[in-house]
Design a protein around this ligand. Sequence first.
Ligand SMILES: Nc1ncnc2c1ncn2[C@@H]1O[C@H](COP(=O)(O)OP(=O)(O)O)[C@@H](O)[C@H]1O
Ligand SMILES: [Mg+2]
Length: 277
Amino acid sequence: MSLPLALRGLFQEAAWHATAAPVAEAVLDAPAEDGAVLDVHVRSKRYGDRSVLHDVRLRMRPGEIVALVGASGCGKSTLLRLIAGLDTAYDGHVKVRGRLQDAPSSDVGFVFQEPRLFPWCSVADNVAFGQSKAAGDGARVAALLADVGMTGRERALPKQLSGGQAQRVALARGLAGQPRVLLLDEPFSAVDAFTRMKLQEMLVRLVQHHRVAALVVTHDIDEAAWLADRVLVLDADSGRLHRDIDVPLARPRERTGATLAAARAAIFESLRDAHAF
Ligand SMILES: Nc1ncnc2c1ncn2[C@@H]1O[C@H](COP(=O)(O)OP(=O)(O)O)[C@@H](O)[C@H]1O
Ligand SMILES: [Mg+2]
């Protein structure tokens, strides 16, 4: 199975997307001069009469982590689907390395809230699933599993793994196609607090090692502040970006400290403004 088909298969909403008419603008530019690997401008995304995203712009560099926060239903997952090339029924463009992302490609990896592993496939086969021969090669899969601390569990089945281990395999699978952009939709919200911190630390290491641009949707203000170089707050009603908050902290990061506390407060206030609570 090809990667685009495999990625589509992981989405429960795949049938809906198959019926959406592609109307994204067909522009091909040279790679960005500012080093951005991802260039997004969604002028408008609608579901029927309802406007979900409006004038959303985002540029990301390799190795950068951006957190996306906002109330349920404000359009976070929709934005990720547009960037993944799974939904092209919008006005605007998504470019990865200057190329229009108008269909799923190996340039963009995806990690979901639940691991979504195939229960009948081993850990190694889940990572290799849908990849090209080179990307699914045993040595490459072994290296990815080493990156996520799963060496020795290659032949295990998903049912033999804890929730945290399964999500580590999902991280390895997200990176299997050597993507430039990694999209993560509430990736750690189903695990306990300690496992969550371990997974956050692992994600930072993976982003640095693989030089991907990682866009992480989260509901957790602490997670957004600790993980991200920038935090984007999506407005609930207008579908616009409400604020872009810098977190000017070197890594490795402590979990305490004044700068982190200030970032948390800025995210909280911005969410309160954006959602009027
Ligand atoms: N396939 C779809 N068809 C129609 N409406 C949708 C579809 N997917 C999402 N929506 C609606 O668009 C809005 C944004 O959804 P979503 O991007 O999933 O929000 P979030 O991830 O921020 O919770 C919600 O109101 C949701 O009900
Ligand atoms: Mg969502």
